[in-house]
Design a protein around this ligand. Structure first.
Ligand code: OAD
Length: 264
């Protein structure tokens, strides 16, 4: 009982410290991963029940897999699109959107392709009477699942019906459409990852939420902030390779911790 009280007192102190570091910072970068959407009902990749626990990424998330089995890959992404369409942003997405809308110098970066940060940005901007939600739209370094891209001519379109069987054809060149997400073995958009790296380098604080920080180059962003003299705050259910380098490490669920860390 006493130990529990001590632990919750320590967590409370850590939350206060994280809050005060964020309040004092002029430039903040936030890097999120699948954990921030877990409480919205979207499975993570590597944790318990994670997508890569039952399927190998090479079967579903590589250009080679799409070439060999386009129907299978397409079907898996359509399943994820349907799942995501039924989910809503949680209190963690909302807190981050409020931070980015209300404080100058905040850059949101996400590895998630689910679009929940942008949806939270729109509802929070409306609630705060801010006409433009742009400041809270994240840099989506791994793409967006709700967009299709022609695998031949790169033309971008909104995703077609979630019930479409097999990849549809591009209206321009007839090539097969694929989701506009980054697959293993592919490069990230240099403009987007370049902007993310610039933001990480100039940040006083990098707030890292719900990522195992294993997939590069996104996983290297917090180290860029650290090397440039900034601080790291981590929010995660468990310890990661970044935990030892964090000025504050908050272990718990992001949907309950973020609204406490970001009070304003
Ligand atoms: P992972 O599945 O690797 O890691 C999710 C992290 O979230 C783990 O460290 C969990 O402990 C943590 N977590 C789970 N639930 C949480 C919660 N409620 N609150 C806080 N933390 C929680 O997902 P990512 O690190 O995002 O890439 O994976 C990185 C990339 O690998 C993904 O973007 C995807 C994947 O393959 C591509 O698709 C290119």
């Amino acid at each position: 009982m006493e130990r529990l009280a001590l632990l919750s007192h320590r967590l409370e102190e850590d939350v206060e410290r994280a809050n005060s570091i964020l309040e004092q910072a002029n430039q903040i970068v936030v890097l999120t991963g699948a954990g921030v959407s877990a409480e919205s009902g979207i499975p993570t990749f590597r944790g318990r029940g994670g997508l890569w626990r039952s399927r190998r990424p090479e079967e579903l998330a590589t250009p080679e897999a799409f070439e060999e089995s386009p129907e299978l890959v397409w079907e898996w992404y359509q399943w994820r699109r349907r799942l995501i369409a039924e989910c809503s942003p949680n209190a963690g997405h909302q807190a981050l959107a409020r931070l980015a809308l209300k404080k100058d110098g905040v850059t949101l970066i996400t590895q998630n392709v689910d679009g929940l940060h942008s949806r939270a940005a729109q509802t929070e901007a409306k609630a705060l009477n801010i006409p433009d939600a742009q400041a809270a739209f994240p840099l989506e370094v791994h793409g967006a699942i709700n967009r299709d891209r022609c695998s031949l001519c790169d033309r971008l379109t909104d995703a077609v019906s979630h019930f479409q069987l097999g990849p549809p054809q591009c209206n321009d060149c007839g090539g097969p459409l694929r989701p506009d997400v980054v697959w293993f073995g592919e490069s990230l958009d240099p403009i987007i990852i370049g902007a993310a790296q610039e933001a990480a380098l100039r940040a006083d604080v990098c707030l890292v939420v719900g990522t195992s920080a294993l997939v590069h180059p996104a996983a290297g962003l917090p180290s860029m902030t650290l090397r440039a003299g900034g601080l790291l705050i981590e929010v995660n259910l468990e310890a990661t390779t970044l935990t030892n380098q964090a000025a504050v490490s908050l272990q718990g669920r992001s949907a309950s911790l973020l609204p406490r860390v970001i009070k304003a």
